[in-house]
Design a protein around this ligand. Sequence first.
Ligand code: G
Ligand code: G
Ligand code: NA
Ligand code: MN
Length: 251
Amino acid sequence: KKTADELIVALEQDEFVPYFQPQFDAVTLDIVGAEALARWNHETRGLLTPDRFLSVAEATNRVADIDAVIFEKALFHLARWQANGFQIPSVSVNISAQRLGDDRLFDSLNRIAFKPGSVSFELLETIYLDDPDVSLVAAVRRLKAAGIDIEIDDFGSGHASIVSLLELAPKRLKIDRKLVAPIRDSLSRRQMVASIIEIGRSQGIEIVAEGVETMEHAAILRDLGCHALQGYAFAKPMPANAMMAFMRDWQ
Ligand code: G
Ligand code: G
Ligand code: NA
Ligand code: MN
């Protein structure tokens, strides 16, 4: 109750900001994108991560509002980085089922200018039903028509069938960090990740590994043919200004 009321005030007072975690080409280690992750800059409790507010936001129908703020701010920062000469091609933002079903989403896509291919929406694997969901397929088609790329997030953690996922023809598939963590020590886990990468490659889908915590993991994933890497081995999520400094230092 308390957090629910505070959330409304926080949205009015504009306390939500994106942090950014860079993503790297697995072979060249060039920065190929960044994921925007919501943070609540709480006036007394400090910086809060989504585990502290997402479930309340979902329950009180506020998560679409948070998604909208993060999307707009992520685009603002991308434009600023590019204006400062950084060649980062795109940002990814997380999108809730709530926002996906919200018509204001398409209003804002019409209102806000962005280059096609410069924004991806990460859809949690768990937002799929077992049956290919007609309204989801329709929403995804509209997003693509509006120039948004689709990414399947946390792949391997949910229960959606590979067939229903492939029906969405996503541009990227992100392998869940729980599958990535054991690849160094477990042959069978490594083979499983290899199979996912194989499926992605055969379907023309880029594979991004999340939760890449060591350079050994990075090397294994590169050798398995994974396209892009994201994780603490390279960088933790950081504020927009720190992200710009990071890109400068990385070059
Ligand atoms: O780093 P981290 O604690 O930021 O993120 C935890 C989870 O919160 C992520 O896995 C992601 O699914 C979710 N999340 C982060 N930012 C957003 C956001 O802007 N919108 C939504 N809907 N989920 C987010
Ligand atoms: O949207 P998604 O669930 O993929 O968000 C990624 C989550 O994973 C965020 O909470 C982010 O802070 C976290 N994260 C990013 N890199 C790493 C990593 O290397 N290890 C771990 N354990 N978590 C990570
Ligand atoms: Na995500
Ligand atoms: Mn994820």
